[in-house]
Ligand binder design. Structure first.
Ligand SMILES: O=C(O)CCC(=O)C(=O)O
Length: 192
């Protein structure tokens, strides 16, 4: 049993990845967001959100819409040109070191039962895992598959992957540099 995932090594060339990482590090506005899980807690990573709509986050909290910067629009255009579809928002996760992580979850599907969700990695390589859901949030850990996308690699979840599997980036005690990950989202928003 395998999830429907495409792994495109070096989707961005080394120089393009370096330039994008520099722009994100110097210009993207990262925030330390909090979620309400038996009390408000810092999420274990920094985040930046760009798109024409608010990103529903946690119990009444939303990341506010912000205009798409040119250096991210270029990547959205490249993803569309590669045939992975149209996207109008980007969530950037910044994992400062091995203590930062993201727990198992599925992404919002924005009304699409089989959303295509591209995810671009910059900086350090960290293992990303997927496991099939048994029910709700219970995972069948025997199905776990691991990808280790590096600088410029694109991982694309397709078909039933987001509906039937959860994905996560575990914390690690190994020394690891900063990893930045961009996931691309698409939601139709009424014209204003
Ligand atoms: O950092 C990653 O590879 C995954 C990010 C992620 O799961 C998300 O933004 O929902």
């Amino acid at each position: 049993m395998e999830p429907d995932v495409a792994f495109i090594e070096k989707f961005l060339a080394r120089e393009e990845s370096d330039a994008l990482l520099d722009r994100i590090r110097s210009e993207s506005e990262f925030k330390q967001n909090q979620i309400n899980l038996y009390g408000w807690k810092n999420v274990p990573r920094l985040e930046a959100w760009y798109g024409s709509w608010d990103y529903p986050y946690s119990k009444g909290v939303a990341l506010k819409a912000a205009p798409m910067p040119d250096y991210l629009q270029v990547v959205i255009d490249r993803i569309a040109a590669a045939g992975f579809g149209a996207f109008n928002a980007v969530l950037i996760n910044r994992y400062r070191d091995g203590r930062d992580y993201i727990s198992p979850h599925s992404d919002d599907n924005y009304g699409d039962a089989e959303p295509t969700i591209p995810s671009l990695t910059l900086g350090a390589a960290r293992p990303c895992r997927l496991a099939k859901m048994i029910t709700g949030s219970k995972l069948d850990k025997s199905t776990t598959v691991e990808f280790v996308p590096g600088h410029g690699d694109l991982v694309v979840m397709r078909g039933r992957t987001n509906a039937d599997w959860q994905h996560w980036v575990p914390k690690t005690a190994k020394p690891v540099g900063e990893r930045i990950n961009l996931t691309f989202r698409n939601k139709s928003v009424p014209e204003t």
